[in-house]
Structures are given as C-alpha cells and as structure tokens.
Design a protein around this ligand. Sequence first.
Ligand SMILES: NC(=O)c1ccc[n+]([C@@H]2O[C@H](COP(=O)([O-])OP(=O)(O)OC[C@H]3O[C@@H](n4cnc5c(N)ncnc54)[C@H](OP(=O)(O)O)[C@@H]3O)[C@@H](O)[C@H]2O)c1
Length: 324
Amino acid sequence: MLAAYAARIDRTDPLAALEVGERPDPAVPDGWSRVHLRAAALNRHDLWSLQGVGLSDDKLPMILGCDGAGVTDDGRDVILHSVIPSPIWTGEETLDPRRTLLSEKHDGTFAEQVVVPTANLVTKPEAMPWSVAGCLSTAWLTAYRMLFSNAGVSPGDTVLVQGAGGGVSTALVQLGSAAGLRMWVTSRDEQRGARAVDLGAERAFGTGERLPERVNAVMESVGAATWSHSVNSLNPGGRIVICGATSGDAPQKAELTKIFFKQLQVIGSTMGSITELRRLVDFVAREGISPVIDQAVPLGQARDAFTRLAAGDSFGKIVLTMGD
Ligand SMILES: NC(=O)c1ccc[n+]([C@@H]2O[C@H](COP(=O)([O-])OP(=O)(O)OC[C@H]3O[C@@H](n4cnc5c(N)ncnc54)[C@H](OP(=O)(O)O)[C@@H]3O)[C@@H](O)[C@H]2O)c1
C-alpha cells in the first residue's frame, strides 16, 4: 500500500527523512481493527517524529500520522482515537506513562490502511465530510481538552490564544467562539490575525502586544517566545493551559514570582480521552463547525504537504486524502 513514512531520523532537515512509497499491508492483531483511510491531517507531531522526537532509530521505518478517519473492514465509518494505552492500563489513557500515539510505536495514518485497537474507534456522523473527520483526532482533540476540561472558563470569559494559524490555535478559536467564549489571538502576522477574526475570534493582537485588559485564561502552544506575555496577560487566579512549545521550551524568564504572587495556575494538557473525542465529534457535528482546512491533497502528494507545514505558512489543517 502507499504510505508516507519516516525512513530515517534527521534532526535538522526533517523533510530529508520522509519517504512516500510502498509499505506492506498491515496484519490485524486480535482485538484490533483495520481501517481503510479516507482522510488524515498533518500535525507538528509528524515533523517532530522525522526529527527523532518520540521516535527512535530502532522503530524505523515508521508510517507517520496521528489524525485519521476511514472505513473498517465491516463497513463502519469511523474516526480514530490515536492514544494507545499499554495492555495492562485501566485508567484514563492519556495518564498512562506507557501510552503511545499512532506513529510512535504502531504505524500511523498516512497510508491506505491502518490497524488500531477496536476500542479506539469512534463512529463518524453520517453527514460529516471525510476531510472534517480526518482533522479531529489530534489538534482538535487537544484544543477541546484544553478549553473545556482544563481552562476553567465559562461563556462570556475572555481566553487568549497564543499564535493564530496553527492547527491547535484555529481549533481553539472555532471551538471557543461556538461555545460563547470571547476568543482573543496573537499572531506574528497581521493577516493571519485577521483570518482568526474571520473564524470567530473577537480580537487579534501582535505577538507580545500589551492587551487592553487581562484575560481569564491563556492557551499556550508556542512556548518560549510567548511565555512571559502569557503570564503577564492573566487576571490574578487565571490559568495558563499549555500543550506544546513550538518555539522552544526554555523561555528567557520562567516568571516564577509573578506565577505565585498572582496565584496563577499552569496546567499541562495532552491530547484527550476517547470520551472527550466522542464529545468533540458530537459538538462539531451539532454546531456545524467546519475546521479551517489550509489544503487537502492526495496521499501521493504528502511531500508537498509536509513542505508547506514545515515552512510555517499554513493556516489551519493540511489534510491528506485517500481513496476516491
Ligand atoms: N500535547 C499535545 O497533545 C499536543 C497536541 C497537538 C499539538 N501539540 C503541540 O502544540 C504546538 C502547536 O501545534 P500545531 O499543530 O497547532 O502547529 P504549529 O505549526 O506548531 O503552530 C504554530 C503556531 O505557533 C505560532 N508560532 C510559531 N512560532 C512562533 C514564534 N516564534 N513566535 C510566536 N508564535 C509562533 C504560529 O502563530 P502565527 O504564525 O500566527 O504567529 C502558529 O499559530 C506544537 O508544538 C505541537 O507539538 C501538542
């Protein structure tokens, strides 16, 4: 079958580690199901994998991809939950220290077929387009948990999203505005900020710009470049929910004094549970939310898609499509 996979690790040039070509069809272990993929979106995770973050040489070659939706052997339309707990784990899957995401230990979704534990399948609503279903498993699930499980906000509260154009940021803006939150964004680029406003953000600011008033919560995925601004932008008692650090994880100042003096809470957030994925899928379907898609291209053009993601020019999700 056709697949996009990490053939090697390259810490400085991730695209040099990517191959698009034939891989063997997967075997189906007991308790797992085969899914014939129809759509799967890219995430920053796929670039990290090519750079050896969460993926070691002994696991290569590894098919990339954490998002995905498709049809099972018995004809069920499904969205995949990408968090695979270890066999003996009984608690919430994201808290399992041995959990993996698809493409870390088991092959991922940038292929014509993938196998996943049958318990990791969520039914796709009939009317939901494949391109939408193929976006929800990672960035959108992460945004859902950050905003609705971890931010402690209510409709009418103001939430600042650092970065406007990334997959997590656009999901936060679309989900938050649909839920009655006042979503503010920052961006390095005025046009990307304006696009976030078109998506439902109330206001857009330049990266690091002083805000007209402090906010109830900040959604952080940029990391070092925006950390001080996140701390300074919060009301006393507010929360920073952090899921990533695209610009690095060592900010110039940790801002420890401001964090304790203003009694801020810093909450780490990773992916979401299958229950949260089901709730996200229902919410997106019921509210008629269309995740912003930068471009959708056939799996065979995966290299172009990776090149666009790596360049940082995309706004929203880049989706690979499979089948007709
Ligand atoms: N923990 C989890 O489960 C989880 C799940 C998904 C993603 N993540 C992580 O979350 C992060 C975001 O992922 P993503 O898929 O949304 O894509 P991404 O492509 O990493 O997002 C880039 C975003 O960061 C902003 N940005 C990048 N560099 C910046 C800089 N130097 N200064 C200011 N802003 C900067 C961009 O905003 P502008 O271009 O508009 O300025 C854009 O919104 C990644 O690090 C990813 O690994 C974690």
